[in-house]
Ligand binder design. Structure first.
Ligand SMILES: Cc1cc2nc3c(=O)[nH]c(=O)nc-3n(C[C@H](O)[C@H](O)[C@H](O)COP(=O)(O)OP(=O)(O)OC[C@H]3O[C@@H](n4cnc5c(N)ncnc54)[C@H](O)[C@@H]3O)c2cc1C
Ligand code: FES
Length: 267
């Protein structure tokens, strides 16, 4: 059940230019939240901007009752959030949305993240490794300085591979190229992916072509965040017919092949 908490900010720092880690105490949300779910944060104490902003759960400390989000400053809301000092209180609603599932028959999973799409995959990696599922992370960024989350994966002892658009680290190319390159190893029976829609469209096509099941998490634009306004409707395939799903409440996690992505075509 989602709740609204006046969360105390205990850590807030810029990791690399424009990318921030924000930790706050929100015990009710922290106890309940599952990987893939998100929180909706009011980024200022006034009514401007009116709408909360959604952020994935990057990490949870259930003992401390804290949640960490990892975000990129892209506009006014995230810029205001970046100014939030430690020891102030943030208005946070959550946990929201459908989490990733962990099917009982999987042994080896790929976690594929593009840009800040890596955010929900860190907490997921923790839960999967706790369930003895072997995890390999594929992460892509424009350049080496913007690769995030590796310290968390190092702590977990999780294997990760990197791609960068400019070739400054790892494979030169997109994270989808990295996925395509790894497919021949046949060491994956489930995938979890998060990132921009064109990336998810390509991952979906590669997964379907190779008979691999999995889930994707969408980070589309939202308004209310709780299923009330239809502001996040996205086309899906339901029983072979085109229909609409709400990213905030039917998702943000969807089964591979369920969403009509990018140019309206999953294949
Ligand atoms: C379920 C969910 C989870 C998310 N998790 C994270 C996260 O963990 N870390 C993170 O950095 N961001 C995440 N986002 C995206 C984040 O919510 C937006 O970046 C944020 O709301 C932008 O607010 P703003 O006021 O700064 O930007 P705005 O001023 O609203 O927009 C600035 C620019 O960013 C673009 N933009 C805004 N929102 C989005 C979006 N959702 N997708 C693509 N482009 C957008 C706009 O088109 C515009 O060009 C998530 C979104 C969803 C729906
Ligand atoms: S944002 Fe309002 S229904 Fe999803």
């Amino acid at each position: 059940m989602p709740s609204v908490e006046k969360a105390l900010v205990i850590r807030h720092r810029e990791i690399v230019p424009y990318y921030y880690e924000l930790e706050f105490i929100a015990p009710s949300i922290a106890q309940e939240v599952l990987p893939g779910q998100f929180v909706n944060i009011r980024v200022s104490n006034s009514l401007d901007p009116l709408l909360r902003r959604p952020f994935s759960i990057y990490n949870v400390d259930k003992k401390l009752g804290s949640i960490t989000v990892f975000y990129k400053v892209v506009g006014r809301g995230t810029e205001l959030l970046s100014l939030m000092p430690i020891q102030k209180r943030l208005d946070v609603m959550g946990p929201l949305g459908r989490p990733f599932s962990i099917p009982g028959n999987i042994n080896r999973a790929y976690l594929i993240g593009g840009g800040v799409g890596i955010a929900p995959l860190v907490y997921l990696a923790r839960v999967l490794t706790d369930s003895d599922i072997k995890v390999k992370v594929l992460m892509g960024a424009s350049t080496a300085g913007f690769i995030c989350g590796r310290d968390m994966f190092d702590q977990l002892g999780v294997n990760y591979l990197i791609s960068t658009d400019d070739g400054s680290e790892g494979l030169k190319g997109k994270v989808t190229d990295l996925f395509e390159q790894q497919l021949f190893l046949q060491d994956c029976d489930y995938i979890y992916a998060c990132g921009p829609e064109p990336m998810l469209a390509k991952i979906t096509r590669l997964a379907l072509d190779n008979g691999i099941d999995g889930e994707i998490s969408l980070e589309g634009r939202m308004a209310c965040g709780v299923g009330a306004c239809l502001g996040c409707s996205h086309p899906v395939l339901k029983d072979g017919n085109r229909s609409y799903a709400k990213i905030c409440s039917d998702g943000p996690v969807f089964r591979i092949g369920e969403m009509l992505l990018h140019n309206g075509d999953v294949r």
